[in-house]
Design a protein around this ligand. Structure first.
Ligand code: FAD
Length: 570
């Protein structure tokens, strides 16, 4: 049935002038074509635009783009001479001579790099999110600051757009350029983790993954930082765009621990940025590093790792049985989240829901198991549906990191990282003063029930950022170029399947429309490629913060060298 309807859609699209895909989806209900799209000219069997054999080969939908090859004879990642894709003027893919002159310049300056003809290119070019596999014109692999400086000058002179890559986990593959034909400065060789035991400040190479960072500071001096749970995520993207985990209500975001950074600017100079040196750059890189330069080294203030963390998890059954049960249950949790006799800065938690009817809560408490059990646990169970087995367990700091990583170890390989996913995700920040209304929760519930009919698998994690004592919300936009300092909740809405983009957009729209009095925002670490630049700037930064960032951008990168589709000035 499905293939018949695809065939019918394919025939139609051949006859009508199809809309070029703006969100990487093709075929399906929207009937977008990939021909001329910035994502690649082939439409895969799953309904995504791309240019590799996964898109142009078996199952490729010829009604919505090319099949067999993306553009010309080559259908593999290996082509770096692809004709320009139809992006807007400021992001137009440069002519092949631009990448040629960049590589000549890199060779002259003895800067290591790879291009598509090199065997290592395909693995290096592969982003975490395989839905958006852009093809950089050149991937630079610097081993010194001077290499980064030279590469930035070479790329800028050649007219290439440049993005740094740390862990490569950008939801929108911005560290691959966010379009084909960019220069990627891959910081994989920058793997230093050096703890100064006297000050507690750790020097962190721009390519270090969070698991190796956590392991390094713990092993070197029993120290800890607040950061996300996935050990493969890189410090470069994560810490410059927020960085949340269940330590954040106590210790703040990963960003908040950055005391200084070594930054290569668009003119090739290397500067130290801190509260006392280049303070405006220091302000700006904590929120918009990708638009301002390449951070080769971070300096971060660690703290003593706690002896013990109390982990808790509560699954409930039957919450999705009715809209009223779902909405009332979440409203009860929201009531707890705002109650200072239950919640202080020592506790963080998130609610997980998915299209299988799961509704559970998990988090961390920097207090004892007995205090949690006597003061908090009962509140989570009171006036809620029946729960499944409740877990409340103490962990050593290191074992806690392993637990929340969901792996056997937090250590990650220094080269050849190979974990990937294919997905579309969005976020929604919910202002502290408003919280979520029952109408918004009703709308979330009703829309979520349509997932199976649309062949989408999704989950949402709704993390508590605000509430009594939250360290995250004690700072404001004077501290860093980061606007999300007054959220009660932050949603991550993550989906997979052919109709994911429209489904996830619809889910979020349903919530927003049901609560029109609220100005929702979006979280910078869950970059959403479905937004145009202006919308992204508004949702991530707001007007005042964006204006200050734009002024800084014009001062330090007047030619807009550091670019992705949503960067400052895009
Ligand atoms: C599996 C998974 C789990 C996650 N878990 C969490 C979580 O628990 N909490 C949370 O807050 N977020 C989480 N995230 C989101 C994550 O924090 C962001 O995707 C983050 O931006 C990825 O950082 P990266 O260095 O790996 O990404 P990259 O793709 O390398 O970089 C992302 C952006 O930052 C820029 N950038 C990277 N390094 C530098 C640098 N040195 N100098 C200048 N610009 C740079 C890049 O150019 C790009 O624009 C998760 C993501 C994934 C995929």
């Amino acid at each position: 049935m499905k293939s018949l309807s695809f065939l019918a859609v394919g025939l139609f699209s051949g006859a009508l002038a199809a809309t070029v895909s703006q969100d990487a989806t093709c075929g399906g209900t929207n009937k977008y074509t990939c021909l001329g799209s910035q994502f690649g000219n082939c439409c895969s069997s799953a309904g995504w635009c791309g240019s590799t054999t996964a898109y142009c080969g078996t199952g490729c939908q010829s009604g919505f783009g090319n099949c067999g090859s993306n553009n010309g004879p080559s259908s593999t990642v290996a082509s770096s001479t692809k004709a320009p894709s139809s992006t807007k003027a400021s992001s137009a893919t440069p002519a092949p001579s631009a990448s040629g002159s960049a590589t000549q310049c890199l060779s002259d300056k003895k800067v290591p790099y790879k291009v598509s003809a090199d065997a290592a290119y395909a693995q290096l070019a592969e982003p975490y999110n395989l839905r958006l596999p852009y093809k950089p014109a050149v991937i630079v692999l610097p081993t010194t600051n001077q290499h980064v400086q030279d590469a930035v000058v070479c790329g800028g002179k050649a007219g290439l757009k440049i993005q740094a890559k740390s862990g490569g986990h950008s939801y929108a593959s911005f560290s691959s350029g966010g379009k084909d034909g960019s220069m990627v400065i891959d910081l994989e060789p920058f793997q230093t983790v050096a703890l100064d035991k006297t000050s507690g400040v750790v020097q962190v190479g721009g390519g270090v993954r969070l698991g190796n960072l956590a392991d390094g500071i713990y092993t070197q001096g029993k120290r800890a930082l607040s950061h996300g749970t996935c050990p493969g995520v890189g410090v470069g993207g994560h810490a410059t765009h927020g960085g949340y985990s269940h330590t954040s209500r106590s210790w703040g975001l990963a960003m908040d621990a950055i005391t200084a950074a070594d930054v290569v600017l668009a003119n090739g100079t290397l500067v130290k940025a801190s509260s006392s040196q280049n303070s405006e750059i220091y302000w700006g890189i904590r929120g918009a590093a990708e638009s301002l330069g390449v951070i080769t080294t971070f300096y971060m203030q660690t703290r003593a790792a706690p002896e013990s963390v109390t982990y808790f998890a509560i699954p409930w059954t039957g919450i999705f049985n009715s809209k009223a049960t779902f909405t009332n249950s979440f409203l009860r949790l929201q009531e707890i989240a705002r109650n200072s006799s239950i919640i202080d800065d020592r506790i963080s938690f998130g609610v997980y829901v998915d299209n299988y009817g799961t509704f559970s809560l998990s988090g961390a408490f920097f207090g004892s198991v007995s205090e949690f059990n006597s003061k908090i646990k009962g509140e989570f169970l009171r006036n809620m549906p029946t729960s499944g087995e409740v877990t409340v367990k103490p962990y050593s700091w290191y074992d806690y990191l392993i637990l929340v990583a969901g792996k056997d170890s937090i250590k990650e390989p220094l080269t050849g990282y190979s974990e990937h996913d294919t997905f579309f995700a969005k976020s929604l920040t919910v202002p502290e003063k408003d919280g979520l209304s029952s109408a918004a929760l009703d709308a979330f519930y009703t829309y979520s029930q349509t997932a199976s009919s649309k062949s989408v698998e999704f989950y949402s994690i709704i993390n508590l950022y605000g509430g009594p004592g939250s360290t995250i919300n004690k700072k404001d936009t004077n501290f860093a170029a980061y606007a999300d300092r007054d959220s009660l909740w932050v949603f991550q809405n993550y989906g997979q399947g052919a109709n994911t983009v429209s489904f996830m957009n619809g889910l979020q729209d349903a919530v927003i429309k049901a609560q029109p009095q609220t100005q929702f925002g979006a979280y910078l670490n869950y970059v959403d490629p479905s937004y145009d630049a202006a919308t992204a700037h508004k949702l991530y930064y707001g007007d005042a913060l964006y204006a200050r960032l734009l002024a800084l951008k014009k001062a330090v990168d007047p030619k807009n060298v550091f670019w992705n589709p949503q960067s400052i000035g895009a």
